[in-house]
Write a protein that binds this ligand. Structure first.
Ligand code: SAM
Length: 212
């Protein structure tokens, strides 16, 4: 699929109708989502024929993009049932086969590296302190191939140190710096929209073989 076609399909998806600020519900726009999955597929071979999970899937844009780029199986996880309903409608509209799971990412009881690739736009940790790092820690535990994740550029050094030193990643690379557009969604937003600088990361997990 061509990049423009992917972006256009993602642009038609329904977004949060009553976003919950405490869960840091901000949409991952079609421009960013299409580029993440296009890069993961074309530059690294991390999508086509792979088991891909979308952590904190919200309305399911990243998971839908993974399915459209040929993932063998997509598992989309979110703590919020309202978001999962929207994500499920979006998958139906695009006739995509996606497995949805309502769960706190911290409490996933998955053992071993059971998915190949994880794509995620986690909470940045502004409302739930440390949430971004909890998502990354779990993602690096259960993926065997790669983790693609968005983090505020201002946290770059911290993210790199935690991934390599504390969470056992064998590589942590910023693929590009992006402008993340936040529309005026919450009452405390003073401007019509704003941009924040975010890094698109690709992490490579250390795979520990199961000896049993
Ligand atoms: C920035 S949004 C991601 C948006 C999503 N990629 C999309 O396209 O709609 C963060 C998401 O993480 C979810 N979330 C927050 N805390 C969570 C947790 N502990 N476990 C699972 N999901 C969580 C929120 O409900 C929200 O949907």
């Amino acid at each position: 699929m061509k990049l423009k076609q992917l972006e256009s399909l993602l642009g038609d998806l329904e977004q949060f109708s009553n976003p919950k600020v405490e869960l840091e519900q901000y949409p991952t726009g079609p421009h960013i989502a299409s580029r993440i999955l296009f890069t993961a597929h074309n530059s690294f071979g991390d999508v086509n024929g792979k088991v891909v999970a979308d952590f904190g899937c919200g309305c399911g844009t990243l998971g839908a993009a993974a399915a459209l780029m040929g993932a063998e199986q997509v598992i989309a996880v979110d703590i919020d049932s309202d978001s999962l309903k929207i994500a499920s409608h979006n998958a139906e509209d695009l006739e995509l086969d996606i497995n949805f799971l309502q769960c706190d990412v911290k409490n996933l009881g998955w053992r071993g590296h059971i998915v190949d690739t994880i794509v995620m736009n986690p909470p940045f940790g502004t409302r739930q302190k440390g949430a971004d790092m909890e998502f990354l820690h779990m993602a690096l535990k259960i993926s065997s191939q790669a983790v693609y994740s968005l983090h505020k550029t201002s946290t770059r050094d911290h993210v790199k140190r935690a991934a390599l030193r504390d969470f056992g990643a064998i590589n942590a690379e910023v693929l590009c710096e992006l402008r993340y557009n936040i529309p005026q969604m919450y009452s405390f937003h003073k401007k019509r929209e704003m941009d924040i600088a975010v890094d698109l990361w690709r992490f490579v997990p250390k795979v520990i073989e199961d000896m049993q």
